[in-house]
Design a protein around this ligand. Structure first.
Ligand code: ADP
Length: 280
């Protein structure tokens, strides 16, 4: 199974947002999409999910363009965990997750015992079964995020897309979510693509990273190839120190200074020097 995007170009109105985006994701891969705010991460995920239609290019699942698939067919193959999942609702966690079965329901739209068993299974995998009867509005952010992931998994997709799944979560929940995503790729062979801000987490967990800059792919490859001081300077406009942690076999990224700050310092220095010279 593979997901491919070829030469995607996307506009919001007259503004070009994405250009020349081609990517390939194979079974069992965990791919991180990183880049500054506004670089096009969410837009790319929405195109991969068929929610937005590119002006040029297409997305292919096992060679078939998703533009030729019905919404239901896409939903049986690709599931999305959006950034702003409005989860502050009065539904219970179980009711929330069973909604994920919708693309698989028959004409009468009634869930069967089998659907319920599947929901329980995904709640077990995401460690949310104990929350089944709790209202979504009454559980913590990390628990909510796991329930929303369970709902996406209840669609039984082959591709799982997540938009900033660890945003606003404490350290423990961040690791839990990333560990879960890794297990889904390793044990079930899912393709997982997630937009992620935390470069440390991305480099630790992702097999490959796509670095977006102003709507184009600035770099793609293994974390060690993409998260380099040069790329961070070019794309994020920061000087960063990058070391390798042998214990976790991951990168440790410490942003040192923004280039704006550095420029301001040099301007200040030039002024001081100029004043010094002027007073001689
Ligand atoms: P990211 O996820 O990397 O922060 P987005 O994909 O959300 O980036 O946004 C990319 C660009 O598209 C930004 O300049 C943003 O302002 C613009 N944009 C996002 N959504 C819309 C929209 N619905 N209408 C118009 N412009 C949008």
């Amino acid at each position: 199974m593979s997901l491919r995007a070829r030469d995607l170009q996307f506009y919001y109105g007259a503004r070009k947002i994405l250009e020349n985006i081609s990517l390939t994701a194979d079974e069992g891969e965990l791919i991180g999409v990183v880049g500054p705010n506004g670089s096009g991460k969410t837009t790319l995920l929405k195109i991969l999910d068929g929610l937005l239609k590119p002006k040029i290019g297409s997305v292919y699942l096992d060679g078939k363009s998703i533009q030729e698939m019905s919404i239901k067919e896409i939903a049986r193959n690709i599931a999305m965990v959006p950034q702003d999942a409005s989860a502050d609702v009065e539904f219970t966690a179980f009711e929330m997750v069973i909604m994920g079965r919708t693309p698989h329901l028959g004409k009468l739209s009634l869930e069967t015992v089998e659907d319920e068993a599947k929901v329980k299974r995904w709640m077990e995998v995401t460690e949310t079964l104990h929350l089944a009867e709790r209202k979504m509005s009454e559980i913590s952010g990390g628990e909510k995020q796991r329930v929303i992931i369970a709902r996406a998994l209840a669609q039984e997709p082959r591709v799982l897309l997540l938009d900033e799944p660890t945003a606003n979560l404490d350290l423990c929940y961040q690791l839990q979510i990333m560990d879960l995503l890794k297990r889904l790729t390793r044990e079930l062979g899912l393709i997982v693509i997630c937009a992620i801000h935390d470069l440390n987490l991305a480099s630790r967990y992702c097999d490959r990273i796509i670095l977006l800059n102003e709507g184009v792919i600035a770099a793609v490859g293994k974390p060690i190839e993409v998260i380099t001081a040069e790329n961070l300077r070019k794309v994020f406009k920061v000087d960063a120190k990058i070391t390798h942690d042998p214990e976790t076999n991951s990168l440790n990224i410490i942003p040192i200074k923004s280039l704006k700050e550095r420029e301001a310092e040099s301007r200040k220095m030039i002024c001081i020097l100029a004043r010094g010279e002027g007073s001689k």
